[in-house]
Every structure is written in structure tokens, then in C-alpha cells.
Design a protein around this ligand. Structure first.
Ligand SMILES: [Fe+2]
Ligand SMILES: [Fe+2]
Length: 262
């Protein structure tokens, strides 16, 4: 069984957003903000997928991991939804309205996927998203970015990304248990990543426009490490259980376990 702890935490966001950053840093920050805007749509979709998957899962250990995964994702998107209110409010009303319009489009996509797509398609989407997110979260941990929590949203990020690393085996386990076809995983996983990232980019571009700036794709040691981690997920031998977790991640998880308990 994966070692997954459900930590019920609600963060307070009294953000004063500082987007007066140089191009690369702004690109990275707005991409993170775009990621946040997707969460209240993406994560409930993952939870719906796992609810359907649970009916087919015959392994009780995996089933328990899935339940914990869904509870973690539930706490994630609720915090992001609170944060997103502040984020939209930072921009002029027309930009906030445009962000909401894109969110509605994304929500409609995910509702359609839940209703019309097969379980294996949705399971491949979930794994494609989780593998990509874990690649990025690990790179952030390796480069000390999680501890810094300097991104708007503060501790929302180290908490969320550490839990993404913690539950990294679950969507993969579900896909392998129910489908288990390598080419299906990489083809439809890549399709899912393209779908998801196209929304992150639209959000980031809309916010950049609202700031009177151009969106620059960030190229930093961290993004290059994320790219390398991501490429490894395409291997037929990829298994998230074998990933060596940086000690900083365990420290973060222990910190948030203590916080949730208090
Ligand atoms: Fe999450
Ligand atoms: Fe996740």
C-alpha cells in the first residue's frame, strides 16, 4: 500500500500579488497561476474517474489508495478555489470574466469526458496528468523551490506538490490494474497533457495580457529538470513507485501532517 495521509488543511489567502517580475520569472509565476485556475475543474474530474474505477478495482489495497487519493485531491481543489477568487480579483473585471469563461469551457470538457469517454480513456487522462505533475513537483523539490513557497498562494504550493508526489503511484496503479497497455498510456496520456496544458497556457496568456505583458515560456534549471523527469515517464519501464523521493519532500509532508493534526 502507498503511504498516503489525508491532511485536511484550509489556507488563508490575503494575497497582495506582486507580478512586477522579470519575463522568465513572470512566465513561471503565471503558469503556476494558470495551474491553480484549472484545479477546481480538473481535480473533481479525477475524483469522478476514480469513483467509477473503484467499481472495477478488485485489489482492496489499491482501492484504499484510490479513496485516499480522492480525499487528497478534494482538499487540494477546495483550497485552490478559495485562492482563485483572490487571483481573479487582482485583475480588471474584463480579464477576470475572461478567466471565468475559459474555466467554464474547461469544466464543460471534463463533464463531457466523465459522461462520454470510457473508463480506460479517463484513467489514461488521470495518469497522464499525474505523471506530468509529479515530474514537475519533483523538479521543484530538487531545486528548493517548494521550501521557498514564494509563489502567490504561499504554502498552498509546497503542500499540494508534496501530496502529488506522495500519491504518485495511484493513477498509475489504477491504469495498470484496469488497462495495462503501454501504448495506450503514452498516446492518450500525451493527448491528456496537451489538452490540460493548452488551458494552463490560455489562462497564463490572459493574465499576462491583463498585466500588459507578453507571456514568455520559462527556461530555468528547474523547468529543464522537470522536462527530464517527464521524459522518463514515457519509458515502458516507468514505475512511479521506483522514484527516489528527495528528503525535503518527506520533511514537508511531516510538517503538514503536524499542521493538519493541530
Ligand atoms: Fe492535487
Ligand atoms: Fe494528484
Amino acid at each position: 500500500m502507498a503511504d498516503i495521509t489525508v491532511r485536511k488543511i484550509r489556507f488563508e489567502f490575503d494575497e497582495r500579488f506582486d507580478f512586477d517580475l522579470e519575463d522568465q520569472e513572470l512566465g513561471l509565476t503565471l503558469s503556476s497561476m494558470g495551474l491553480s485556475l484549472t484545479m477546481p475543474h480538473l481535480e473533481p474530474y479525477l475524483i469522478r474517474t476514480m469513483k467509477v474505477a473503484l467499481k472495477e478495482i478488485t485489489d482492496p489495497v489499491l482501492a484504499e489508495d484510490v479513496r485516499r487519493f480522492s480525499q487528497q485531491e478534494g482538499h487540494h481543489f477546495r483550497n485552490h478555489a478559495d485562492f482563485n477568487v483572490k487571483l481573479r480579483g487582482h485583475f480588471e473585471p474584463d480579464v477576470g470574466a475572461e478567466l471565468e469563461r475559459i474555466e467554464a469551457e474547461m469544466e464543460a470538457d471534463y463533464q463531457r469526458f466523465s459522461q462520454e469517454k470510457s473508463l480506460r480513456w479517463n484513467a489514461a487522462y488521470a495518469e497522464g496528468f499525474e505523471a506530468m505533475t509529479c515530474s514537475g513537483a519533483l523538479a521543484m523539490a530538487e531545486h528548493g523551490i517548494l521550501e521557498a513557497d514564494a509563489t502567490p498562494g504561499g504554502e498552498l504550493w509546497p503542500w499540494h506538490m508534496a501530496e502529488e508526489i506522495e500519491h504518485r503511484t495511484v493513477a498509475f496503479g489504477v491504469f495498470e490494474h484496469l488497462v495495462g497497455r503501454y501504448f495506450y498510456r503514452v498516446v492518450f496520456g500525451a493527448r491528456a497533457q496537451w489538452h490540460y496544458l493548452s488551458y494552463v497556457r490560455r489562462f497564463a496568456k490572459t493574465m499576462a495580457r491583463g498585466l500588459g505583458r507578453e507571456l514568455v515560456s520559462p527556461r530555468t534549471p528547474m523547468t529543464r529538470a522537470a522536462g527530464r523527469n517527464y521524459l522518463r515517464t514515457w519509458s515502458p519501464r516507468y514505475d512511479p513507485a521506483k522514484i527516489v523521493i528527495p528528503p525535503a519532500v518527506d520533511a514537508l509532508l511531516a510538517r503538514y501532517s503536524a499542521r493538519a493534526a493541530s
